[in-house]
Design a protein. Sequence first.
Length: 195
Amino acid sequence: MTRLHLPGPSAGRRIGLFGGSFNPAHEGHLHVATTALKRLRLDAVWWIVARGNPLKSEHGSFEARLASAKALARAPLMQVTDIEAQLGLTYTIDTLCALQEAEPEAHFVWIMGADSAAGFHLWKDWMQIAQRVPIAVVSRPGTRMTRAMPFTRHFGAARLDEANAPALADCAAPAWVYLRGPDHPASSTALRRAQ
């Protein structure tokens, strides 16, 4: 396996993995990452800038997306990574497997906004992702987590009460929590349209 250049030590640490296209990164992304960092009591959040997204037609250049994430995520416990570019990977399941192989003692949690969770069942091997790492879903404007979603329907029994969110990183997967608002209205689509 290619030697990964990771943003910091991970053994025994509680690390949120926040993947996305970040085309461009915006305050809504920062809100999701910050909410997860605080409410899950994580040691760090690693932003994983996607090399590409098979579910989106607009990608923008990787370098520009990476730069926009770095410009936004400047807090001490936030680190922006090019892990997928280093490994030549595109799919979350492959990135997770590589990270868990490289850092078996880390306590990883996958972080996503509720807007991403609504389409999670379209991701490659989404059920395997949920069975590999605990997942934190942070509320986003215009998207409600419902029992009708394939993710919530399939993994309903693995849901933690929001009051138990700090325990998520120590849970065996499948386990997930929904972190409710306040929401932040920013979106990449709206920012691209405004340009």
